[in-house]
Design a binder for this molecule. Structure first.
Ligand SMILES: NC(=O)c1ccc[n+]([C@@H]2O[C@H](COP(=O)([O-])OP(=O)(O)OC[C@H]3O[C@@H](n4cnc5c(N)ncnc54)[C@H](O)[C@@H]3O)[C@@H](O)[C@H]2O)c1
Length: 428
């Protein structure tokens, strides 16, 4: 029987993962969440595109769905606990639950948020790094938890995105030759925000606890997630997943889909030629569920590479590519004809659906990105074989959700609160 403790299980990836594990893998799932994301959304005036249920309503709906499924022994329980602030309680909950795997997705995950003020940067670092350190230290010093597999979702952003030379971004480690001597080392980090830097700091902690305490850690360097619902979250309103469409937490595909569905042009920062790695939510959830329920493979690690680092990525694209595909998905999907007419009414029949806007971020205007992900493909196995690339069907589904949401008022494309510090004076 799989018993998965899921830190951050009320979040965008965590909630559909909890459902997948309980409903498809018959797992016992302990969701541990501080609800920091919900309170941050309230504090900065954000909301999901369509409303989401309260945590206990979600859990009740999940367990009702499990009870309806013949042969399903899965169950979700929820603990309201801050992993960064309550290390002793965290270990107590984990020891009582006796997990077969701990999935850690309990972090504040917005690059723009982490750059908007000193307080936001400090909160991001204190929350993310301390939550990770509390988890690892607590497990390493608990005989009952030390050998339990920890799966963390990191980010492709740890490697940085300013590469121009086109070398493959390796899965975590490179062979570096200095003065004729070659050694294996973690790939150099070049984070583009304080948030991304917290993932680099996490990686340092994983290294120490894997190397010195023998802990079993998989760190998934993940691309930007797009899509909003999975097979399970679409089953009932109380199971629905959050869809962020704002400048702070909304990732580019979802934000563009929501904007177009609301009659807005898609804003391309500085022309939109920055290439980034992407993965659909379905693929991310399927892969993590597979990795979290597979037995730990000692061959997956080796001296010098004690942490299993995998690039959880399906595709590379630029915002300009995405804007082009979103328009094509609208134009080729009969049920989205209303979106096309609205864009034509607002901006003219032949107008572009995207527009270049000043880039609020400090980043290269374009880059080359080639990502190695063979080890991730092997570890996620058939679960990721489906690989939802930017297919019209999946984009159309997202656009349909956005088109069904209530309209919202906004006149700005770039919220000045998201400006990277170096950009503040330029905008003034
Ligand atoms: N969404 C993406 O595009 C994306 C891309 C790459 C990596 N990731 C990583 O995946 C993970 C999950 O991302 P997400 O999109 O689901 O984010 P999310 O904000 O929707 O979910 C994170 C959840 O963790 C909880 N949380 C945060 N700090 C906590 C703490 N100290 N104790 C307990 N709970 C805490 C939040 O309340 C929230 O429910 C993050 O670590 C993120 O960095 C996400």
């Amino acid at each position: 029987m799989h018993r998965v403790a899921l830190l951050g299980g009320d979040g965008f990836i965590g909630w559909p993962l909890a459902l997948r594990l309980a409903l498809e893998n018959s797992a016992q799932v302990l969701v541990v969440d501080s609800l920091l994301r919900r309170s941050t959304d309230v504090a900065i005036g954000n909301a999901s595109l369509l409303p989401i249920a309260l945590p206990l309503q979600r859990v009740a709906a999940a367990n009702a769905e499990a009870a309806r499924r013949p042969g399903c022994a899965g169950k979700v329980t929820f603990v309201h606990l801050d992993a960064a602030k309550h290390p002793v309680a965290l270990v107590r909950e984990l020891e009582a639950f006796a997990p077969t795997c701990v999935v850690h997705v309990a972090e504040l995950r917005s690059a723009p948020f982490s750059m908007r003020s000193a307080g936001a940067a400090q909160l991001t670092v204190a929350n993310n790094v301390v939550a990770t350190s509390n988890l690892l230290a607590g497990m390493a010093h608990s005989p009952a938890l030390r050998g339990v597999h920890v799966v963390h979702i990191g980010t492709m952003g740890v490697y940085g995105y300013d590469h121009q030379e086109g070398a493959l971004v390796q899965e975590g480690y490179i062979d570096a030759t200095v003065d004729g001597r070659t050694r294996c080392m973690r790939a150099p980090a070049c984070p583009g925000s304080v948030y991304h830097a917290t993932k680099v700091l996490d990686a340092g902690l994983f290294d120490v606890f894997a190397r010195l305490h023998g802990m079993r850690v998989t760190d998934l360097h993940q691309g930007i997630v797009w899509g909003s619902q999975t097979a399970e979250t679409a089953l009932a309103p109380h199971l629905r997943n959050r869809t962020a469409y704002d400048e702070t937490f909304g990732t580019v595909v979802n934000r563009f889909a929501a904007m177009v569905a609301n009659g807005r042009r898609m804003p391309l920062y500085g022309g939109g030629e920055q290439r980034r790695a992407f993965i659909h939510l379905e693929d991310a959830v399927a892969a993590v569920a597979k990795i979290a329920t597979a037995p730990w493979d000692p061959a997956a690690v080796a001296p010098g590479r004690e942490v299993r680092i995998l690039n959880q990525v399906c595709q590379v694209a630029s915002p300009l590519d995405i804007a082009t595909w979103i328009r094509a998905a609208c134009e080729q999907t009969p049920s989205l004809a209303g979106v096309c007419s609205r864009m034509a009414e607002e901006h003219g029949e032949d107008a572009e659906w995207h527009e270049a806007v000043p880039n609020p971020r400090t980043e290269a205007p374009n880059n080359v990105l080639c990502v190695a992900n063979e080890r991730w493909r092997a570890a996620s196995g058939s679960a990721a074989a489906r690989q939802t690339e930017f297919a019209h069907g999946a984009l159309a589904q997202l656009l349909q959700e956005a088109a069904g949401a209530p309209p919202w008022e906004s006149t700005v494309n770039v919220d000045t609160a998201t400006l990277w510090p170096g950009r503040q004076s330029a905008a003034a």
